[in-house]
Design a protein around this ligand. Structure first.
Ligand code: FEO
Length: 393
């Protein structure tokens, strides 16, 4: 992809990674991704905002062929998918300085061994004049690292947001054209890396409120030339009320747990509670994470393996604990052959979840009428709790 003009003297650069299917060796990327850098040519100074994943640096270097001078490289985030190519940019433009926060400077020195004299540090709210264009740096910590900041181009009212509002979608579109598709990808992205920082995200959104933002240019995905909807979506995901949804990840070995899962799903459905089921051995973890963004209740279904939960259920509990969703209730259902400590083990794995634990239901082998009746009671409880809490549909 060649460099592309966004507005006069402001360009998209970077790499479209159509092939990538896994991020951080963890997160499925069904639609690939992009690593966006941005070139701004002021009347006096030229700036590159962020860089690209080092594996794709040649794309960026080719786009920079027509650029004879870069005065500043703005590093908004020290994670290497944006910063890892900065040393190559500095090698081509030895006059360039890296403009970043003091915290990010220290991280970039540690992570990339950039020489200390290459940096200019800025403080929150500081401005940098490029002549006829002005950049303002706004610190937005924990979206999703401690040093993250965004950059506001005052004259063109563009917010360069790095990971904040990002979406993993490879596309030849410069701007968002398919809002539904981008909404889903941005929600997946939020679920996987932003959700643990929900409260700080809300504060960062409030901090952006005074700025008149025409466009948001993230470092993954396409540019939002209508930005209000993605800010509203982030607010909903971060602090909106949970929904009348049960996220129900499960795994079954001999079918007993599956019978309980199916029964509880039917009971909840009869009580107008929406259920999102995830059979863990074949689940896209990103879809599960997206469901956790909205869920009022999480129920984990697991058989007993060697006295504890099935390892896939344990992985799911570990993931939910790390993502810190806003669910208010949690329960466990499952089966065992001769004994075990499934409930104690799983309960000990979720200290970060601020949930009320509803009575777990375990069946010795194939569930019988007693367990089915208990599942009906659990469905009654969940439906009543969701109603009391006014969870939205
Ligand atoms: Fe896209 Fe946190 O890096």
């Amino acid at each position: 992809m060649r460099k592309r003009q966004i507005v006069k003297n402001v360009y998209w650069m970077g790499a479209v990674d159509w092939d990538r299917r896994l991020f951080d060796s963890l997160i499925p990327l069904p639609d690939g991704t992009t690593y966006n850098a941005y070139l701004i040519q002021g009347s006096e100074k030229t700036v590159l905002i962020d860089a690209v994943e080092p594996e794709l640096v040649e794309m960026l270097m080719a786009q920079l062929d027509e650029t004879s001078r870069v005065d500043y490289v703005i590093s908004q985030h020290a994670e290497q998918d944006h910063s890892g190519s900065i040393p190559r940019v500095l090698a081509r433009y030895p006059e360039a300085k890296v403009v970043t926060s003091a915290k990010a400077k220290s991280m970039l020195i540690d992570l990339l061994h950039i020489a200390e004299d290459k940096f200019i540090t800025v403080v929150d709210g500081e401005s940098l004049s490029l002549g006829d264009k002005t950049l303002k740096f706004i610190f937005t910590p924990w979206v999703h690292w401690p040093e993250t900041m965004v950059t506001y181009l005052e004259e063109d009212r563009i917010l360069f947001s790095c990971d904040f509002f990002g979406a993993h979608i490879a596309s030849s579109d410069l701007f968002v054209t398919d809002k539904g598709r981008v909404y889903e990808a941005a929600k997946r992205y939020f679920a996987e890396i932003m959700m643990p920082f929900r409260n700080v995200i809300q504060k960062n959104i409030e901090k952006l409120a005074p700025y008149n933002i025409d466009m948001i240019a993230p470092s993954h995905g396409q540019i939002y030339n209508k930005s209000a909807w993605i800010i509203d979506a982030y607010q909903d995901w971060a602090i909106g009320s949970p929904r009348n949804v049960v996220t129900f990840p499960f795994v079954s070995m001999h079918g007993s747990t599956r019978k309980m899962v199916d029964y509880l799903t039917a009971s909840l459905t009869e009580r107008q509670v929406r259920v999102e089921l995830f059979n863990l051995p074949v689940t896209d973890i990103g879809k599960l994470a997206m469901s956790l963004v909205d869920a009022g209740t999480i129920v984990i279904g697991t058989p007993t393996v060697l006295t504890g939960p099935h390892p896939m259920a344990a992985y799911c509990a570990f993931l939910a604990n790390a993502l810190r969703p806003k669910a208010r209730y949690l329960s466990i259902v499952g089966s065992y052959g001769w004994g075990g400590k499934v409930v104690e083990t799983l309960a000990g794995m979720i200290p970060n979840l601020k949930v009320e634990v509803l009575d777990p239901i375990l069946s010795k082998g194939v569930p019988s009428r007693n367990e089915f009746d208990a599942l009906d009671r659990l469905a009654d409880t969940i439906a009543a709790k969701h109603k009391e809490s006014n969870f939205k549909v």
